[in-house]
Design a binder for this molecule. Structure first.
Ligand code: ZN
Ligand code: ZN
Length: 152
């Protein structure tokens, strides 16, 4: 990482800390205008998104206009059934094989689609764990822990 990028990243994280995750995300998008695929910037974007969706209080303050931003939308998980959106947990995502205790949703190992907790827990003929509404396979509960801010 260059000193210039480090300075910009620290400024963006300061903004996130002082003005909230939405402002931090806008600052990070400004850096991505110049460095569209920098892994450190994208990681911080995921961290800010996870914070933005980490509680219903935080989610209520999230700037919904950011959901229209393609670089933000691309980082979110979307339920294939009800379109609920949420941010994956950036750290747990890095440990790809770790199952999370209270997932917001999961991915079907058969059809590869993602479903939220609400849709995955209402599958006929299944109990307990989350299942795919289409295949009834148990969902892989990996990188999905943050609360959705939209309609979950
Ligand atoms: Zn759903
Ligand atoms: Zn499936």
């Amino acid at each position: 990482m260059t000193d210039d990028l480090r300075t910009k990243l620290l400024a963006a994280l300061d903004t996130a800390q002082n003005e909230g995750p939405s402002a931090g995300i806008r600052a990070l998008l400004g850096i991505l205008d110049e460095l569209p695929s920098d892994p450190d910037v994208l990681h911080q974007l995921d961290v800010c998104l996870e914070v933005a969706f980490s509680s219903s209080t935080a989610a209520a303050q999230f700037d919904r206009r950011l959901l229209q931003e393609p670089r933000v939308a691309a980082r979110l998980k979307v339920c294939a059934s009800c379109n609920a959106r949420w941010a994956p947990h950036p750290t747990k995502q890095a440990f790809g094989k770790v199952a999370v205790a209270n997932p917001i949703g999961g991915k079907c190992p058969q059809c590869q689609r993602i479903f939220c907790k609400k849709c995955g827990s209402q599958v006929k003929g299944t109990t307990g764990e989350l299942h795919c509404p289409a295949c009834t396979k148990g969902l892989l509960k990996r990188d999905h822990v943050a609360l959705d801010c939209v309609n979950y």
